[in-house]
Design a protein around this ligand. Structure first.
Ligand code: UD1
Length: 366
């Protein structure tokens, strides 16, 4: 394909859920600088203003060319709507390449549709593995990597995981972490004092986020978790912006029945990372936050039995904890002075977007 054909056939980005927006911003910027024609399809998997639109505004993402409005549903219902909507879009737009991000249902749906239409697929954040198939994201990751023509890997062990699963290593490109590109590009904007003042937060606090199905979907588990979060709030005020998944169960379990707990609505990107930057420690089950705390040097307690991001433990501030370990680990984290990690994961330097764009442009002109 020559340069003229690239202009005619667009690169299509498929974005659906909050973490996708943060990863796509630097890739779209770098491809724009390289002169590529781009189309952004928002699947509508996340649709609340605070889960979606605010990210587009704050990150300078282009207005989506189309929003499929798939919304919420069971995995089957949501994925089915995604498949049908994306097939229509890809058929009418004939992309030169489809770029998918992370591990959400929009990611696997887009990769599957593109592969069956013989459209090349690029996966940003390939090769991560928790080896825990009870996580829907792990199933999505494995399948997307099998379907991808370009696998953009954030962390060296990811290349080995791909090789072990029979993925041709020539497809794998260790490029660093675009989520960290976005973090570093916005460092000047993370004003913790402003976020504290606007949300009535104390000077010293622990920031928590909880949304994994394994932690919040069952009322019994959510209630047990709330008990341990109250234990953390006994040590220091606990600030928790609540994701819509789990809100009902966490609140029904009395999350805010403790004077040290500050429940917030979901925050936009800038305010959220500012709140993380100012936290004495973070308690989470998020994937991205394990990476962001690694760069910001904030102690991170991940309430999960495993992580697909072990580099955040070996090179960062992350530690896995059980429910029972949470309060003692929080006590210890609050006593520690972690500061910026001495060792940063390789290539987490703010240049992943340009590296990805370079590989893509080479792939398309070959
Ligand atoms: C999805 C991803 C998860 C990612 C998370 C980031 C999958 C399988 N999971 O989980 O990997 O960490 O996004 O946030 O794709 N809801 C709203 N408003 C919204 C979006 C969701 O109210 O804008 C509610 C709905 O009740 C919905 C529930 O949240 O049923 C869950 O949304 P869904 O998109 O299914 O998955 P997440 O839990 O957000």
């Amino acid at each position: 394909m020559n340069r003229r054909e690239i202009v005619l056939a667009p690169i299509v980005h498929v974005l659906g859920a909050r973490p996708n927006f943060v990863k796509a911003a630097p890739v779209i910027d770098a491809l724009r600088a390289a002169g590529a024609e781009q189309v952004v399809i928002h699947t509508g998997q996340h649709y609340d203003e605070r889960m979606s639109e605010i990210f587009f505004t704050e990150l300078g993402l282009p207005e989506p060319d189309v929003n499929l409005g798939v919304g919420s549903g069971s995995h089957a219902a949501q994925t089915a709507s995604l498949l049908v909507g994306l097939e229509e879009e890809f058929t009418s737009r004939s992309p030169a390449l489809v770029i998918v991000y992370g591990d959400v249902n929009s990611t696997i749906a887009a990769a599957l549709v593109a592969a069956k239409l013989h459209i090349p697929v690029a996966h940003v954040e390939a090769g991560l593995r928790s080896f825990d198939n009870t996580m829907p994201e792990e199933i999505n990751r494995r399948l997307v990597d099998q379907l991808s023509d370009l696998a953009f890997v954030t962390s060296p062990e990811g290349v080995g995981h791909l090789a072990n699963e029979g993925v041709d290593v020539d497809k794998a490109h260790l490029v660093g972490n675009p989520m960290i590109d976005t973090l570093l590009a916005n460092l000047d904007k993370f004003d913790t004092d402003r976020v504290r003042a606007e949300n009535g937060l104390p000077d010293r606090y622990v920031l928590a986020t909880m949304h994994r199905p394994a932690n919040v979907d069952s009322p019994e588990t959510a209630a047990a978790l709330v008990g341990h979060l109250h234990g953390v709030a006994d040590l220091a005020p606990l600030v928790i912006p609540v994701h819509p998944r789990g809100r009902a169960n966490l609140m029904a379990a009395g999350l805010d029945d403790h004077e040290g707990v500050h429940v917030l609505e979901p925050l936009g990107y800038i305010d959220f990372i500012a709140a993380v930057r100012g936290a004495a420690a973070v308690v989470t089950d998020s994937g991205g936050l394990q990476e962001e705390t690694t760069i910001l040097g904030v102690p991170c307690l991940t309430v999960r039995p495993n992580t697909e991001r072990p580099i955040t433990i070996t090179h960062g501030t992350n530690r896995l904890v059980t429910f029972e370990e949470l309060v003692p680990a929080a006590r210890k984290a609050l006593e520690s002075q972690v500061g910026e990690s001495a060792r940063k994961p390789p290539l987490w330097d703010g240049q992943a977007g340009p590296r990805i764009a370079e590989v893509i442009m080479e792939f398309l002109v070959d």
